[in-house]
Design a protein around this ligand. Structure first.
Ligand code: FES
Length: 362
């Protein structure tokens, strides 16, 4: 159905499996798997999701695109076949990555899509298999998987094969606990190299920050660093955060620990945990109030003020903003004592009340 790299059938698939084995072995040698906190449910979800994607979902998308293509645009097959291999590679990769940037970012900003992406962020430690941890439906509607099939139909098979290898190398590398970029930060001599590299491709430090539990550590940014292969889009669209450090804690605040069946098969199977975002009939609560909340703060302590209005722990953030366009505001208390924190979320001087609620009242 597609051209193959070096004329070896499924060459790209072998290389991708090779990359996984390489990072897997590195994690074993480094002792990470031995010390892993993963439960059997985590393993089932990550390994199962990888095989379902490789063996069922991707091939099904290719079959559908080829069948539709041949039916509707039969003359378009191989229309890009005369393009230069390298131009086609760059063309494929850039379109693929900008599609994935916006899809991934939307998965953090829209609740229905967040519920399909949420399993990816429930992982409490990084690892090469975390790359494949999402609900099945997340992959079925992922635009760039359809783009891969389309460009293969149009004649770009060989360029796509190499592109997939490069992409997987970067993505699996950026999820792995083997932080290949760490030594580049330590030695000054590598500074020019990593300074250029991190501005082009996704490094482990850049992506680990996206998986960090809370922005309180000054490193994590789950509402940023959305890129998959290139960091260009984050820089261009204002969501990049470079710290060259790694979060201490990964995962979600208030994770209800749903069964893997609900996480993977949502919305067909829902969670039996009532407070879970993927439970049947779950709705985000509006917890804003028209009065400020008086709280006792301690000088030098850092706090996260809720800006989304859904926290169950107002006026502070409890992670309920996931799946919205809001994120918490991090602030440090300048003195110990009582303050009025805004709870109508209309203040212009967040986190502090500026009496905007009076206007909201009237
Ligand atoms: S719960 Fe985090 S900003 Fe509202």
């Amino acid at each position: 159905m597609s051209e193959s790299l070096l004329n070896i059938e499924n060459f790209d698939a072998y290389i991708v499996i090779g990359i996984l084995i390489f990072f897997g072995l590195m994690e074993v040698i480094a002792g990470y798997l031995h010390r892993s906190k993963r439960t059997s449910s985590d393993w089932i979800q990550e390994v199962g999701s990888f095989f379902a994607l490789a063996v069922l979902i991707k091939p099904a998308i290719v079959v559908v695109v080829w069948a539709l293509g041949n039916m509707v645009f039969p003359d378009a097959q191989s229309v890009l076949g005369h393009w230069n291999f390298w131009i086609l590679l760059v063309f494929y990769l850039l379109i693929d990555d900008v599609l994935q940037y916006w899809y991934h970012r939307s998965a953090h900003e829209y609740e229905w899509l967040w519920k399909l992406h949420r399993p990816h962020h429930q992982a409490e430690e990084m690892g090469f298999f975390v790359s494949y941890r999402n609900a099945a439906l997340y992959y079925v509607i992922m635009p760039n998987l359809w783009w891969v099939a389309l460009i293969t139909f149009l004649g770009g098979g060989a360029s796509v094969a190499l592109g997939l290898i490069l992409k997987q190398l970067i993505i699996i590398g950026s999820h792995s606990r083997v932080k290949w970029d760490n030594f580049l930060y330590k030695y000054k001599i590598f500074n020019p190299l990593i300074s250029v590299l991190e501005r082009i491709i996704i490094t482990p430090a850049f992506h680990h920050a996206h998986h960090g539990k809370s922005i309180k550590d000054g490193i994590s940014d789950p509402n940023g660093n959305y890129g998959n292969t290139f960091s260009l889009w984050d820089q261009f669209f204002g969501t990049a955060k470079f710290t060259r450090q790694f979060p201490i804690e990964y995962g979600l605040p208030n994770d209800p620990k749903d069964k893997w069946t609900a996480s993977y098969f949502y919305p067909v199977i829902t969670s039996d945990i009532p407070d879970s975002e993927i439970a049947r009939g779950y709705e985000k609560q509006d917890t804003k109030t028209l009065e400020p909340t008086i709280v006792e703060l301690e000088k030098g302590e850092k706090y996260l003020w809720c800006q989304c209005g859904h926290s169950g722990n107002q006026p502070f953030c409890d992670g309920s903003h996931h799946g919205t366009k809001h994120k918490p505001l991090l602030f440090e208390a300048k003195r110990t004592g009582k303050v009025k924190l805004c709870n109508c979320k209309a203040t212009k001087t967040g986190p502090f009340c500026d009496d905007s609620h009076v206007l909201v009242h009237s």
